[in-house]
Design a protein. Structure first.
Length: 89
């Protein structure tokens, strides 16, 4: 139970045509985090667990773009997801 209370989740979206960088589209902790994860699973949206990245992203507001210092790590995560998508098609 304690783990659920402390769980944090951040959802990102990257629209290459309109955004310079991925932006926060959802963020929450505890039961809100669980709802975000559940919705992502229902929509077959890939999930990556990374406490350190979430800790930084959780400080941002919804709609805000990720900070430049996270570009590399987020690019690696997105690249991994794109590779998974290519393998499944």
């Amino acid at each position: 139970m304690k783990e659920q209370k402390n769980k944090k989740t951040v959802a990102l979206k990257y629209d290459q045509k309109n955004d310079q960088a991925p932006r926060i589209i959802a963020s929450g902790k505890g039961s809100i985090a669980e709802m975000i994860i559940k919705k992502a699973k229902e929509e077959n949206i890939p999930i990556k667990k990374d406490k350190d990245v979430v800790q930084v992203l959780a400080e941002l507001n919804i709609g805000e773009q990720i900070p430049e210092e996270l570009y590399t790590v987020i690019a690696e995560i997105l690249s991994f997801f794109y590779d998974l998508e290519d393998l499944s098609s």
